[in-house]
Design a protein around this ligand. Structure first.
Ligand code: GTP
Length: 309
């Protein structure tokens, strides 16, 4: 399953299969998928699968104003729930001509621009309508978007023509793409977006050493639940999305951390190479992130003790 944000959503859930379109009606209290789909969306799709058999892939298109965070939290389910549904990734389509205007639109105090949030949570960003802008405008959009989300893959299209293989099987929630960290690092020093809502951006951190289960709990608690970390102006950090590779003390396996909003998963993904340095590295996307603050937090959670490496 994959979510697309940026265009309109009817009040039915429509699923296409080999040319046929199947529909399941959702009871939306206020017509807004972001707050009323909880469980109903999952059940509606499961009902369809019961009636029609399994689908190879489901593309869920949300309203242009939707916040993808709560929707991703619903469809990113524990294996224990035994659902056949699996969240593959989030795709956001941007209009190259109006993206800059939409992303810079000021919202009332305390409200995050929804376009910024849709970019921040994307695993794949499609910058469409490239025929309507020149190279300079396209670069400006690219720079702006990468400041918010430095880890997403970016593709440029006209009329959204794209090889389906680039859209499907993103595995954004169960893989750590090796390029992801490097990609995010390269956008870290970009400061050309001074007029952008700077509250939302990407920060990357890497510290040599390993974490204990309790320091991992502390790291998660401070960042996701307790929200006690602030920037230097005292504004609280709010994580939208985080991915990381973690070395755990006394574990020969590498662990992958995946976070969306306040949900996280820590899963083993293969073994450390013998003699390779143990590090913990993360890409964080969210509000009020400051490099030094995240670095300091990670350093307090990591132990350099060589007996564990
Ligand atoms: N020039 C140009 N026009 C495009 C492109 N892609 C779509 N359009 C046109 O733009 C118009 C609006 O299309 P979209 O922006 O995709 O609109 P939409 O996603 O249906 O709109 P909402 O779901 O209501 O947000 C249509 O006339 C499309 O044919 C493109 O790459 N270049």
């Amino acid at each position: 399953m994959m979510m697309l944000s940026g265009s309109s959503m009817e009040k039915s859930l429509s699923i296409g299969h080999e040319g046929d379109l199947f529909e399941e009606w959702l009871e939306l209290r206020n017509g807004c998928l972001c707050c009323s789909v909880k469980d109903k969306g999952v059940k509606a799709i499961e009902n369809l699968m019961r009636k029609r058999g399994k689908f190879d892939y489901i593309l869920l298109e949300t309203t242009g104003l939707a916040d993808p965070g709560p929707i991703a939290s619903i469809f990113w389910m524990d294996r224990q729930l035994g659902s056949d549904l699996y969240l593959d990734g989030i795709i956001t389509v941007l209009d190259a001509k109006y993206a800059e205007k939409n992303l810079n639109e000021k919202k009332p105090e305390g409200v995050v621009n929804e376009a910024v949030k849709q970019v921040a949570l994307a695993d794949l960003l499609i910058i469409n309508k490239t025929d309507l802008v020149d190279e300079t405008q396209l670069k400006a959009v690219t720079d702006l978007v990468s400041t918010i989300n430095g880890s997403a893959h970016m593709v440029y299209t006209q009329r959204c023509r794209i090889d389906l293989n680039k859209l499907l099987d993103l595995h954004a929630y169960d893989k750590f793409d090796n390029d992801l960290f490097e990609r995010s690092l390269s956008t870290r020093f970009f400061d050309g977006a001074s007029h952008l809502d700077q509250r939302v951006q990407t920060v990357t951190v890497e510290v040599e050493g390993s974490m204990s289960p309790s320091s991992m709990d502390y790291f998660i608690d401070v960042l996701l639940w307790d929200r006690s970390l602030t920037n230097s102006a005292g504004e609280p950090v709010n994580i939208y999305r985080m991915k990381g590779i973690v070395s755990m003390i006394a574990e020969s396996q590498r662990f992958m951390l995946q976070v969306v909003q306040q949900l996280y998963e820590l899963e083993p993904i293969g073994y450390w190479e013998i003699d390779s340095p143990r590090t913990c590295k993360f890409v964080l996307i969210g509000e009020n992130l400051e490099q030094e603050k995240i670095d300091d937090l990670l350093r307090t959670c990591v132990t350099l003790s060589s007996e564990f490496s």
